[in-house]
Ligand binder design. Structure first.
Ligand SMILES: [Zn+2]
Ligand SMILES: [Zn+2]
Length: 143
């Protein structure tokens, strides 16, 4: 799934995934897809609340369902907070200063899937590296 921010794209994606495209599911998936970085369930809820009424438990339940169906990525940082984002085969950077997480295209890591697959003798089909450190703002503050 590529980044998108339209309800129509979310509806089509849900149908392809075999999920009934209910309004709440469309709202949740659109909110995650529109995010500039991975969001926590609380952040997804807050984003939807700007324009729609939706209950927190509903958002959490739908996020779980979407993650189980592979419609969104779900991963946790070492703070045990679940984050959600869209897009396949990419890695994540977690800033240990401010706690923010961002998606990193594997191409930016000069990552060679074939070389790793050969080295490990494993048929690697998906790579999601977990990177940790300080974002530029936190690195400046740490001086
Ligand atoms: Zn930071
Ligand atoms: Zn991501």
């Amino acid at each position: 799934m590529t980044q998108h921010d339209t309800a129509e794209a979310a509806r089509e994606f849900l149908e392809r995934t075999g999920l009934e495209p209910t309004l709440n599911r469309i709202l949740v998936l659109s909110a995650v897809a529109a995010g500039q970085r991975p969001m926590t369930a609380a952040e997804v809820h807050a984003r939807i609340l700007r324009e729609h009424r939706i209950n927190r438990v509903t958002v959490y339940r739908i996020l779980d369902l979407l993650a189980e169906k592979g419609a969104v990525n779900r991963f946790s940082t070492n703070e045990r907070v679940q984050h959600y984002c869209v897009g396949s085969n990419h890695s994540h950077f977690h800033c240990t200063g401010c706690g923010r997480v961002q998606c990193i295209a594997n191409e930016k890591l000069h990552f060679d899937e074939t070389a790793v697959a050969n080295a490990l003798n494993l048929a690697v089909s998906h790579v999601d590296l977990h990177l940790e450190g300080l974002c530029p703002a936190c690195a400046r503050a740490a001086g």
